[in-house]
Design a binder for this molecule. Structure first.
Ligand SMILES: Cc1ncc(COP(=O)(O)O)c(C=O)c1O
Length: 382
């Protein structure tokens, strides 16, 4: 059967723009690309402790057998959610199958007609998709621009207003690695009676229990989204909030209701990954981020990088073709650095996205940046 012509043309267009996405085998190279910031994914301790936990508790099922509202609500869910609520100092937590599902599940059901949601222009696709499923009006504010946010809050905080205003942001942006001024943002939301939602996907683990807890702001937000596939090296996500919010999600969040629940193994891994995180007394991640940034300065590369104190350090090199070619050269020299192409980021903002890990050595960091400098110096299009 012939493939539909319109779809074929869309693929052809991707090829023409150098933006065709391909599934490639993981590269066995020096990791500057995965979200396994603390090396938890490779931790034999977490793996073995999960195994021991499951076997000593005689938990032997391979899957969960159904939705949590039917047959899939394994005992471990209660244990994990109670633990999450206690660790993150919040009344309640609800586990979702992924961060994508959590954002979709939250935004698609809490926003009702006439509500307003103000979102940072660079928020993740899962947030945008969630807003699209809702019937509320979604309005972007310029990236991390709190004056712009305030002008929108002023506009929509009308007298005798009946609608809710929500504000959504990420504590660490997935592509830029930067952060909003969360203290000011919380203040603004309080001033204009708006409810703040923060996605902490790239902050959990990197900044211990997330940036909101670090800044002691966690009790001032409507909801937090924690994802476990990045700093915790496993799988799944949780929404943290009030008892009412969690009860509402259980009743109305379609990505929560209409899906097979996580396996007991996935839940036990979340439990053990958290225990591991809480027991960590020291790791080299913050030192490595600092070393990466000073090396950029020494090599005079810092103007190419988006200012960030997180594990995500992005070097903007415009044009898909050019950034892909530089990433290829780094990979040929054993460094796994990925190019982020448009349309994933805006045209002209294509970039090399370096993910820094606790397990990267200073030699690796120096090596990859020195090579980048050499490539850029010999680049005819520089
Ligand atoms: C900011 C942000 N939120 C949510 C997600 C989705 O999380 P998950 O990978 O668990 O679906 C991601 C992952 O790419 C992300 O970067």
């Amino acid at each position: 059967m012939k493939f539909p012509n319109q779809l074929y043309l869309k693929l052809q267009n991707r090829i023409k723009n150098n933006s065709l996405r391909l599934l490639k085998k993981p590269l066995q190279l020096i990791d500057f690309s995965s979200n396994d910031y603390l090396g938890f994914c490779q931790s034999e301790t977490i793996f073995n402790q999960t195994h021991v936990y499951l076997t000593t508790n005689n938990i032997k099922s391979n899957g969960s057998t159904g939705s949590r509202l039917l047959s899939g609500n394994h005992d471990l869910y209660g244990i994990v959610e109670k633990k999450l609520a206690s660790i993150h100092q919040v009344p309640a937590a609800l586990v979702f199958n992924s961060g994508y599902d959590a954002n979709l599940g939250l935004l698609s059901c809490i926003l009702v007609r006439h509500d307003i949601i103000l979102y940072d222009k660079l928020t993740h696709a899962s947030i945008r998709d969630g807003m699209q499923l809702a019937s509320a009006k979604s309005i972007a504010f310029a990236h991390n621009d709190l004056s712009h946010l305030e002008s929108k809050l002023k506009k929509y905080d009308t007298e005798n207003r009946k609608h809710e205003i929500y504000v959504i942001t990420e504590s660490i942006f997935s592509m830029d690695g930067d952060s909003p001024d969360l203290v000011k943002m919380v203040e603004l939301c309080q001033q204009y009676n708006a409810r703040l939602i923060v996605d902490e996907a790239h902050a959990l683990g990197v900044f211990h229990l997330g940036l909101l807890q670090k800044l002691n702001l966690h009790k001032k937000v409507f909801a937090r989204v924690m994802t476990f596939g990045k700093g915790l090296g496993c799988h799944g996500a949780a929404i943290l909030g009030s008892d009412d919010l969690i009860r509402f999600l259980v009743n109305f969040s379609r990505p929560f209701i209409y899906t097979t629940a996580l396996s007991p193994h996935a839940l036990a891994t979340i439990l053990k990954a958290y225990e591991h995180l809480l027991a960590l007394t020291h790791h080299r991640l913050q030192d490595n981020i600092g070393y990466f940034k000073t090396s950029c300065q020494t090599l005079n590369l810092q103007t190419l990088f988006i200012d960030s104190d997180s594990a995500i350090q992005s070097c903007v090199i415009s044009q898909n073709k050019r950034v892909k070619s530089i990433a290829d050269q780094l990979q040929r020299n054993h460094f796994d650095v990925k190019a982020i192409l448009s349309p994933t980021v805006a045209q002209g903002q294509e970039r090399l996205r370096f993910c820094i890990h606790s397990f990267n050595s200073t030699n690796e960091i120096k090596g990859v940046l020195t090579l980048l400098k050499d490539i850029l110096l010999s680049d005819p299009e520089k």
